[in-house]
Design a protein around this ligand. Sequence first.
Ligand code: HEM
Length: 510
Amino acid sequence: MHEFARHTDVRAALADPALVPELPAADGGPVGASVAWLRATVARFSSGEPHRRRRAFVETELARLEPAALWSAVAAGTDGEVRVRLVHALAEALEMPQPREVAEAVTIVAGAYFGGADPAADEAVARLVALLAPEDADESALEAAANRIGLLVQACAATAALVDAAAGGNVPLARVLRETPPVRTMRRIAVRATRVAGQDIADGDVVLLDLAAAQSAHPVPVTFGAPPRVCPGRAHALALANGLLQRPLTAFAHLHHQAAPLLLPNAWDYASAAALAAQGFNAIGTTSLGVAAALGLPDGAAATAAATVALARRLGRGTFLFTVDAEGGFSDDPEEVAELARRLYDAGAAGINLEDGRSDGTLASVELHAAKIAAVKAAVPALFVNARTDTHWLGCQEEETAERLAVYEQAGADGVFVPGLSDPDGITALIGALVVPLNILYAPTGPDLTELAALGVRRISLGSLLYRRALAAAVTTATDIRDGRSTDLSAPSYTEVQATSVLRAADSRT
Ligand code: HEM
């Protein structure tokens, strides 16, 4: 048997189409009534065209489920075994009949999924098929039922193992996944001769992939596999595990785990934030460029800490959720950054953006940035930390982006942000390696909102665009009037601006 334990070799093996999942036991059990039939019919053990078809079906099923709803559903009930609770939540969300019975049968099947013959598990498959497929089901209806069962089976043991490993502590799940991987090894079989990492693999040879060893020496985990077969239930797994661990889902975090991504417009003062909130945006961000430029100060130079806190205090008087762009935290001392985060949270902020880019065009060390994230999460756990890396803007290698973000997730970041990244393949590759929501900066020449959502982007910011557009509108209007050109003068009225922008008298001290 061939064995691979190095990160690059494991990823090369996972990407090689000549290596396909190995069916653990002899095939050929009765159709609709055996684990062997189930395995031969689900995406997990298929390859080629059947795999593409079955995986597409599973992805469509998963797209119907909102991770945030799963998180709340499992957090609400505390009775029963973890595996049953999580499968129950999934079965209910997928509108399956008798979700409790489904969940109990699935846990029995899960115990035999990778093993040999088990009559109780065969019986459980038959019960599940009776519940989930019509009586006169044809081959395609049976395949659909099998893949719905397969989805629940896949969710069962690994998610329960993650919960087990994380229980009793407050370690970020991204770190638990790396340090105690729920899936430690995978097997593949060669369907034709191939060569991986200098080793010749003959047709029919079995390959063991040591995921645990591979990720122990590399920041980017592979416990969820890797593209093109990376686990399609990653977001659901994390949401279920967080819910089962009773980790709170704040209103602002919730917006990152819904079916539609969060579109975050960025304001630079109270009036712009209030005007945007009045248009129904679920949350408002701030733009550090807008805040700095309005005061005649440079952006990214740690010159606006006081102004940023003052703005947060004003925004905190509003009725909308907001998150604050705080450059690199205005300090290289993690404790000072944590103190700033506490002041922002006390002012009412729901989130903070912390970037690793420096004003001199270099990046802060990955360790320092991770230490800032960890210090903020320790001081203010409920503040959503969006960890930004400026690797893309600075032209670093793609691997550096994935590696930095993996470290930031493991330090406790609730989301990660790569401004400047807009190439769909780059976004897909990055998302395949992430477990927390990815934030992308909207680019007028890049993918639109629908495309970004389809790629799996969970938050889309407008950055400094609105501030720059506002400046452009002011200048164009003034110069058009001066030069006698006709100009678009549509604008909110004086009264409307007063109505949305004036803080209550007692609150206007900041
Ligand atoms: C911590 C929990 C989980 C871990 C570590 C995990 C890991 C994995 C791994 C390693 C694979 C195999 C990829 C391959 O064959 O190369 C996989 C496949 C799969 N997982 Fe997960 N998984 C987890 C939770 C879930 C959940 C919650 C769901 C569904 C809600 C799910 C659904 C699936 C499905 C449907 C497949 C088959 C995909 C395919 O063959 O293309 N998993 N998972």
